[in-house]
Design a protein around this ligand. Sequence first.
Ligand SMILES: [Zn+2]
Length: 401
Amino acid sequence: MRSEVGTVPPIFAELVGQEDAVATLSRAVAAAGVIVQGGVPEAGMTHAWLFTGPPGSGRSVAARIFAAALQCPDGGCGVCTACHTTLGGTHADVRFVVPEGLSIAVGEMRALVLRAASSPTQGRWQVLLVEDADRLTEAAGNALLKAIEEPPPRTVFLLCTPSTHPDDISVTIRSRCRVVPLRQPPADAIAGLLRRRDGLDEQTAAWAAAAAQGHVGRARRLARDPQARARREAVLAVPRRLTGIGAAFDAAAALIEAAEAEAAASVLETDAAERAALETALGAGGTGKGAAGAARGSAGQLKDLERRQKSRATRTQRDALDRALVDLAGFYRDVLVHTFGAGVEPVHGDTDELAGAAAQKWAPESTLRRLESVLECRVAIEANVKPRIAVEAMMLALWRG
Ligand SMILES: [Zn+2]
């Protein structure tokens, strides 16, 4: 079944709470289908896209799904080979940009751009997907910009950044892209996905969706993984464990370790699935003409995948630490709600009693200073202060009050 304007391809069902983005992307997929068949669409398709949104909103998931829908002969069925290989990262015409260290090297970008300019081998689109476009060096950004300015007819560029701020993406690249803003999905949309896709009961789904504060992947882990729940509890236990300087340093170390464990757990599944998909794809091409060349190429592809996974792990660690800080900030916010009798829902229902007790003990200014120190820690880490130093400074401030 070909997707027409106004219908949503099945593959977009994962993007919960993103109705605007899904509508835009569905129209583009329909228009792209018309182009592939040699026609001229009225509107909707463009060569460069910029996916923006906070961590957990699913910007790279959205870009990947869009790439799959473009490659799918049915416009995003979610079950065919084109859909599967794109989602698994092995489609021959979908290239992922691998950030090297902290930024994407210019040489690598030039090679990728060159490759993206060739005709699609499977007749639809050449897609270049840059997951962390905010980490482009200026030179790499310029190499990309040139390609975006004069895009080959069947090439599509998909860039992902946290925002459209000039710190994240250069103004000139941004001006060439259609922006797809993703928002933090509401808790009830996440709960619905957990029930539908993961078969969770209503109560668990609702609790996990609320506790995850808008992060789909985290909600799923909180619902299914007792260790993820334990890590969250440990973060929320920090305020009552700060009994002295030694305890403050211990709490800092524990918080960072918890974030590392959280990140490791969150990439484990994806990494294994990607590797299995790549090995299947490589194994399938292992006989007949050109098999020797394929074998030579396959070692490189595996290495490529490992590099991509490693860089994603670093990124995920930072995101996990940030989420732990957001959880912690939520606790101090709940204390303030009690202090001022604001009568709004707590962020953390399960530690609300403790928040109430803290409100009796702490002066309002002192609670506010604590909340501010958590938020300052987030800003410092975002500005590349070493996480351990930023977290230790925060813990000391939390202890002092
Ligand atoms: Zn498909």
